[in-house]
Ligand binder design. Structure first.
Ligand SMILES: [Zn+2]
Length: 261
């Protein structure tokens, strides 16, 4: 049996850095083996770059693989469903879109794909999909369905801290507290200035997606850090797990969190 691994299921290229860059960097520091599986290649995204002959999907695959290399990810897989796009757009009606797949069927495929792996924990998103995107909500369903297929002890839902976000300035109107989880429901977090720097470095590989204003000095980076600097999780035990095991050194318990506000 292979060494135990952590499987991160992500919806699109760039989600690995934005949502889990710090925990991926910390896992590598602890010698934990990490795997990232993408539901889609982010082909419904937009870019302001001239890509020449390269498709957006191909470009985003290259960017994601560079980001994963930066974060010392051991294995990257592409489930290659179509990007569902945002709610209310025609792309969500595409039968090949990730959001329209049967979560149990995707989980079964993951079971085959990773039959040679020993997946200790699966990292996905909370039931709101972190911000309501149909592919992100699908990640929630797939990650929990996959726990049985892969025999994993834990599923971690990536989420946000609603009470903390409510204290941040919402100057551009993009903070939707309805997608965040109540602090009472959170179980663990990962944060650290050095981890955040590595998360940003990984994110900067996504040149087709990163707005110019993030790629400058603060305040944009500081605003990003205020929102994404602490990675919050809701841990759920599966298959009789009672101890965090490998996750004990990786995750900090919510009780240890000190709000900067
Ligand atoms: Zn995404």
């Amino acid at each position: 049996m292979n060494q135990p691994s952590l499987l991160f299921i992500h919806a699109h290229p760039d989600d690995e850095s934005i949502l889990t860059g710090s925990i991926l960097a910390k896992a590598a520091d602890l010698g934990l083996r990490t795997i990232v599986a993408y539901g889609t290649r982010g082909d419904a995204g937009e870019t302001s770059l001239d890509l020449g002959n390269e498709s957006l999907a191909d470009r985003r695959i290259r960017e994601a693989e560079a980001a994963c290399t930066e974060l010392n990810v051991a294995r990257v897989e592409w489930l290659a469903y179509d990007d569902s796009g945002m709610d209310g757009t025609d792309t969500t009606k595409n039968l090949e879109a990730f959001c329209n797949a049967d979560p149990d069927a995707v989980a079964a495929d993951l079971g085959l794909l990773f039959a040679d792996e020993n997946i200790f924990a699966i990292i996905g998103y909370d039931r709101n999909g972190t911000y309501g995107h149909p592919d992100h909500k699908q990640v929630h369903h797939v990650s929990h369905a996959a726990a049985a297929e892969l025999g994993s002890g834990w599923v971690l839902d990536v989420t946000y801290n609603r009470e903390y976000l409510a204290k941040l300035p919402d100057a551009d109107g993009t903070l939707d507290l309805g997608f965040a989880a109540a602090e009472a429901d959170l179980t663990h977090f990962v944060e650290g200035d050095e981890l955040f720097e590595r998360k940003m470095k990984a994110l900067m590989n996504h040149t087709s997606q990163v707005p110019d204003d993030v790629n400058t000095e603060d305040p944009p980076v500081e605003r990003f850090k205020a929102r994404f600097g602490t990675e919050w999780f809701i841990a759920t035990a599966y298959n009789g797990a009672t101890e965090l095991g490998l996750l004990a050194d990786l995750l900090q318990p919510k009780a240890d969190w000190v709000s900067p506000l």
